[in-house]
Design a protein around this ligand. Structure first.
Ligand SMILES: NC(=O)C1=CN([C@@H]2O[C@H](COP(=O)(O)OP(=O)(O)OC[C@H]3O[C@@H](n4cnc5c(N)ncnc54)[C@H](O)[C@@H]3O)[C@@H](O)[C@H]2O)C=CC1
Ligand SMILES: O=C([O-])CC(=O)C(=O)O
Length: 287
């Protein structure tokens, strides 16, 4: 029996709820949002699929879940330059979330930006084990990296991402068969940084990319897949890093993160990862 909760059913949260409903991935789905009219509308719309699901909207049920997706808070608009600029608006929401989930010891998937800092804060504030606090964003960055590589005719096998889900993301090329020269690496990095903005400008926010990949993460947990995924997690010395949550390769199964993999990086990647870590440590000191 699996119970899944989604806190914040705006664009991304609702799409995750929809995918979880149509695939019947969980036995119980619990959705919550601070806007009652939106919450009622999302509930009715899900029920109108005709799918026989156990759907609740009771915030008390959050702590009874196996997995909670935290997707509440403000998204970027075209004039909000970086995800880190959302910290002041969304930290109070993360704080309220932690109050609501007191004594919870299941898995939290953090989506709300700035995701790495929020994941770090939620882990620290809630006291939930770091293995159960999974920051989402790396899978989406990896999908985008693969898109930019294939557009240039590269075989994407072995491509990876690490670093911040933000300006300091780190595409990892050194595991690929073909060498990617530095000028192309820099070009792709710039494209990755700007990847979501045309979507935000054109339709108000990214939805399908994040929701599909969050759903794969939920599936990896529920089915105990022990799947290798790029996720943000609080480091305690791995990659010589502590004091922040940052995207690294991890294995994910029923109990959350079962292993943090320390992979080889070349000098270009190492330099970028170290910049990402110091940027995130600064951000995390503020939470
Ligand atoms: N990590 C990632 O890869 C991605 C992260 N995001 C982030 O996810 C967050 C949500 O994005 P969208 O769904 O597009 O935004 P949205 O505005 O469509 O939905 C956010 C929802 O949160 C609700 N909310 C706000 N404060 C709340 C509270 N205190 N309690 C309960 N609900 C509350 C709002 O009523 C709204 O329905 C944003 O911070 C966005 O930047 C979005 C896409 C990808
Ligand atoms: O760019 C944003 O603000 C939303 C997001 O995190 C993404 O789509 O990667």
């Amino acid at each position: 029996m699996t119970s899944l909760s989604i806190m914040g059913v705006g664009k991304v949260g609702a799409e995750v709820a929809y995918l979880s409903t149509v695939t019947q991935i969980a036995d119980t789905i619990n959705i919550y949002d601070s806007v009652p009219s939106l919450l009622t509308a999302q509930k009715l719309d899900l029920l109108h699929t005709g799918i026989d699901i156990n759907l609740n909207t009771d915030p008390e049920m959050l702590t009874e879940s196996d997995i909670i997706v935290f997707s509440a808070g403000m998204p970027r608009t075209p004039d909000i330059k970086t995800r880190a600029d959302l910290l002041e608006s969304n930290l109070p929401v993360a704080r309220e979330f932690c109050r609501m989930i007191k004594n919870y010891d299941g898995i939290v998937i953090t989506i709300t930006n700035p995701m790495d800092a929020n994941n770090y804060f939620i882990q620290k504030e809630s006291g939930i084990k770091r293995e159960k606090c999974i920051g989402f964003g790396g899978q989406l960055d990896l999908a985008r990296l693969k898109y930019f590589l294939s557009k240039r005719g590269y075989d994407t096998k072995g491509a990876w991402v690490m670093g911040e889900h933000g300006e300091h993301q780190v595409p990892v090329f050194s595991g690929m068969k073909e060498e990617v020269p530095e000028n192309i690496r820099n070009e792709i990095l710039l494209e990755m940084r700007g990847a979501s903005m045309p979507v935000i400008k054109g339709k108000g926010g990214t939805v399908f990319g994040p929701a599909y990949n969050v759903f794969s993460l939920i599936k990896a947990i529920i089915n105990d897949e022990n799947k290798l995924l790029p996720c943000s997690c609080v480091l305690r010395g791995e990659y010589n890093t502590e004091g922040c949550s940052i995207c690294v390769p991890v294995r994910v199964g029923r109990n959350g993160i079962s292993e943090i993999i320390e992979c080889h990086l070349d000098s270009w990647e190492e330099e970028k990862f170290s910049c990402a870590a110091s940027h995130l440590k600064d951000l995390c000191r503020r939470v």
